[in-house]
Design a protein around this ligand. Sequence first.
Ligand code: NAD
Length: 509
Amino acid sequence: MTTLVAPNSLPVRNPADNHLLATLAVDDATEVAAAAAHLRRAQTEWSESGPRARADWLRRWRTWILDHTDELTDLLRAETGKVRPDAVVETIASCEFISHYADHAAKYLAAESVKPAGPLSLPKRLYTRYSPYPLVGIITPWNFPITLFLMDAAPALAAGCAVLAKPSEETPLACGRLIDGWKEIGAPPVLTQVVGRGDTGAAVVEAADFVQFTGSTATGRRIGMRCAELLKPYSLELGGKDAAIVLDDADLDRAVNGITWGGLFNSGQVCISVERVYVAAPVYDEFVHRLTAKVRSLSQGTADGDDVGAMVTANQVDIADRHVTDAIACGARVLVGGTRSITGNFFAPTVLVDVDHTMACMTEETFGPTIPVMKVADEDEAVSLANDCDYALSATVWTRDHARGQRVAARLEAGAVNVNDVFSNLFATTLPHNGWKQSGVGARLGGAYGLRKYCRVQAVTVPRIPTLRSELTWYPYSPRRTAVTRWVLRAVASRGVAARLGLRGTGPR
Ligand code: NAD
């Protein structure tokens, strides 16, 4: 039975049992513009309050989040169908983004002196300063409603921006409650949420000065095109098809445990989840044997003690189902799982073998709890197949030899590589999180970078010596002044003067 939903209302359901959790009003373009105007009014004072005052508010917000962990976790579980351990990790670990940017904003935002590159700039003091974009729009998907919002909201707020959040239409509740928390602690009105589908997101793109988008490559491309028309800066964190490479010297127990968790955590709905596995021939049989046993031992459901929860949308279950059905039709075998539930959005944790790159399960993003495993002759074949992909978000390499792991990492086309681990780059706030190829444009986090991306850089020059009434190159022009200017510029261009002043080779720091 199809339920008709009014375009101006948004029902939010529990994907595990379809239970209606809330019906929210959709914000249209006029309401988005009004919210943006309200935020802009508050942003000037927020920006002028300085990084230390803003860090105080961020830390109070963190305390509020930690005081409300259970409530947020329950809300998250209800709207996503996550199992409790997955939801708890998301709620608490995400505070790391607040901590890092509260602790380092003053340092990251400090003006920086720049050395003159040549004699023309010698009479000036040069420096750069960071000026926040007044309004940052943060558009997020449904797989990590708290983490993917805080990863960008924390640095943007710390930078002095106002933030207009547009969570996924599937999961607006936990993010909304988090933003309630900002209001409950009495923080300045520089953070709010608008609710709705793609139209509301498109209105956020129009309203914001900088667009931070996390979601599918298809939507990211549309947003990038619109931002190009508007000449508006943006950053896109998009889809992935992350490869795991198990080399012949891998610790198989660790590889199996890591790949199982990396492929099935959050029901495989992680942009950097393990989506395909290449195993060196000498260890292939043993790896597959242990992986199958491990996956078979897991329980599915959303009760306490279950390992793998629901998927957020029925559409995502359809995609997992299509990839498995297509693989079987092309000759693959299912060793465990392979089926969808009759009620609720569940797809059984699945191991597929005898797969290859003619199959969608090895080339398209599945975003579900499936682990397709392919036998490869050696390291070279594994690297070549891993790189044979339009996506390039992250990858994992499993080997006892860390030097070998790093050599393989350097050959992989991926924005991040974890050796003998999964997801460990994610909460490493000082590492950049960026997708190569069709997995993204720009980056997030990466220490100072993650905050400075929300700022415009201003170049400032100030005289170092008393200034004259006029300069040689200013009006009025005359043949004599032109001749002197020519002589000076030639000396500078040939670096004759620079060499004498010991400036040769200096450049901006
Ligand atoms: P999606 O692209 O369908 O939607 C994401 C958000 O964009 C939602 O809030 C949606 O309402 C909004 N939106 C839709 N159309 C829009 C438009 N025209 N203008 C502005 N906003 C619009 O993605 P999804 O299905 O919610 O999420 C799953 C995808 O997200 C997967 O591809 C996954 O790999 C990706 N993802 C990437 C990362 C990363 O960091 N690279 C992290 C998590 C998820």
